[in-house]
Design a protein around this ligand. Structure first.
Ligand SMILES: [Zn+2]
Length: 280
């Protein structure tokens, strides 16, 4: 159940709706029902996803109690471009981490699968994701519907010549005994094709994400604290352009004040309900 403070905020939102002649909702279950109606009646939906949607697939988030960076400060250094490029030992450990990740072979969960229903009825503008796990594509989304603003772990990118290849190629070389495989074209440092701290985002992908936020009539933010810029700018853009806003997250977010419905509940349980995949 939500914290009393959150429930009060949901109530405040809904009582404002009542003043506008709409229905009053009093509980989290009714907030879910409102979100479900908004999803069902919207024809242009943009979804923003963060780490919270993938934790039920066994992928830790970053700063939570069991987060990657909370438990292993080395991982935060490895996510910083300057350290990664300078420190060969750090890169060796990063390759071992990637090997473990791929061997764990994380799979989409019910939350990822629920979002697919939106694409199947042609109501999906795009999924803007901060995740690098490709679990939306694995759940069945068309790759061109998924905008990976932080890149993907399933490809390598050469820091020198920008050559991109499947991650599996480099990992095969690691398993064959190369602790830190270099680019076969130019000898440059290889990294995963993700955006590290100190590295600029792909402006083209970010432009598409903002465009998707401009076009939608419903913006659904899932599993993100909405505190990582510039990805979280998509939500106020959608709001400004007139979209309804639904936030689904385990905890309160930085942008709850913009939402028409806020649902603080386990994501893989609640998304199937609001996407109409199961009865709530
Ligand atoms: Zn290269």
């Amino acid at each position: 159940m939500p914290e009393p403070e959150i429930l009060a905020r949901v109530r405040a939102t809904f009582s404002k709706n009542r003043q506008n002649g709409r229905v009053t909702y009093e509980s989290q279950a009714q907030a879910i029902e409102l979100a479900k109606q908004l999803v069902a009646t919207s024809s242009k939906i943009t979804v923003l996803t963060g780490a919270g949607i993938s934790t039920d697939s066994g992928i830790p988030d970053f700063r939570g109690p069991n987060g990657l960076w909370t438990k292993n400060p080395d991982a935060e250094r490895a996510a910083t471009l300057q350290f990664y490029l300078q420190d060969a030992q750090l890169r060796n450990r990063s390759w071992q981490t990637r090997l473990k990740w791929i061997n764990n072979n994380p799979q989409p969960n019910d939350g990822h699968r629920a979002l697919l229903a939106i694409e199947q009825r042609n109501a999906l503008v795009a999924i803007v994701t901060q995740n690098v796990d490709e679990l939306h594509q694995r759940a069945g989304h068309q790759p061109n519907k998924v905008l990976e603003v932080h890149g993907t772990l399933h490809r390598t990118c050469c820091w020198g010549c920008k050559d991109r290849r499947p991650m599996t190629e480099a990992l095969a070389r690691v398993q064959a005994g190369e602790p830190d495989p270099k680019c076969e074209l130019c000898g440059g440092i290889l990294k995963s094709d993700t955006i590290l701290f100190g590295q600029s985002l792909d402006q083209d992908v970010m432009d598409q994400a903002m465009q998707a936020s401009t076009e939608c009539d419903l913006f659904l933010a899932v599993g993100t604290s909405l505190s990582v810029f510039p990805a979280c700018n998509t939500l106020p853009r959608a709001k400004t352009c007139g979209a309804k806003i639904v936030i689904v997250n385990g905890q309160p977010t930085e942008m709850d004040k913009y939402a028409d419905a806020i649902i603080n509940a386990p994501i893989s349980e609640v998304l199937p309900q609001i996407c109409g995949v199961v009865n709530s």
